[in-house]
Design a binder for this molecule. Structure first.
Ligand SMILES: [Ca+2]
Length: 245
């Protein structure tokens, strides 16, 4: 075979491979990443409590019961399947005839607060609000719900999606297909973020989990308090000018 014929043969093969790749890409467009996490599936409730709510996604929610304390946050660890720019939606309960907009809370993603508080959407019932759009890497991220008004906030569920879908236009069966279970931190007892006073560690600290996305890192450490009970503390550090602070 002459070199010219060999070149034409190789070129034809390359064009055929490219055509197949384009065809496959056309037939299988990049799928949006859609993740739904029920509030009641959070691993640590902090001051929040799981309550039954028939109209809520998954039939349950978590709720604060009022009072002076706004912490600890509800917190959980999830895994995102893709890197992308995510629209973050939160479902909460608001009322139009009884203290509307008073049951507010704010979601945090890797300790970065959402742009708006949840719980003041103005609808009588559960409603999805887009609270933030942000780039997120594939992998592990921490979700938290911070009570901001200490006034009976009701957190139903959170969606992170790279699509432009509005969850209010989708029925619950479709949304439940997006549901994932949070990652369970195995070395922490389930009541680790219970309503306990802030204690000064009396013993040696042991790191049990670490999340690091290059800009924010969160370190979970456990220790025994003066009563011998295991406690877990979370340290959050931000990278500023190349240094962790
Ligand atoms: Ca729910």
């Amino acid at each position: 075979m002459s070199s010219r014929h060999a070149f034409i043969s190789v070129t034809s093969k390359a064009i055929a491979i490219l055509a197949i790749a384009l065809l496959v890409g056309w037939m299988c467009p990049a799928r949006a990443a859609d993740v739904l996490v029920e509030a009641e599936d959070f691993q640590f409730y902090g001051i929040w409590q799981r309550t039954s709510a028939g109209e809520a996604s998954g039939d349950f929610q978590i709720q604060v019961m009022g009072g002076p304390k706004k912490e600890p946050d509800a917190i959980t660890l999830i895994e995102l399947p893709e890197t992308g720019t995510y629209n973050i939606w939160v479902s909460s309960r608001d009322y139009t005839d009884h203290e509307p907009g008073e049951r507010r809370f704010r979601i945090l993603i890797d300790d970065i607060p959402a742009d708006i508080e949840s719980g003041a959407h103005g609808h009588d019932g559960y409603y999805w609000e887009k609270v933030k759009t942000m780039p997120l890497e594939k992998g592990r991220h921490v979700l938290a719900a911070n009570d901001t008004t200490a006034h009976y906030g009701r957190f139903d569920a959170i969606i992170l999606t790279t699509s432009d879908a509005n969850p209010n236009t989708l029925d619950e069966r479709a949304l439940q297909k997006w549901r994932i279970e949070p990652i369970t931190l195995k070395t922490t007892p389930p009541d680790i973020f219970a309503n306990v006073p802030l204690l000064v560690p009396a013993g040696e600290m042991e790191e049990v989990a670490r999340l690091d996305n290059g800009q924010v890192r969160m370190i979970f450490q456990k220790y025994k308090d003066a009563q011998g009970k295991i406690q877990v503390v979370r340290h959050t550090e931000l990278k500023v000018g190349g240094d962790w602070r």
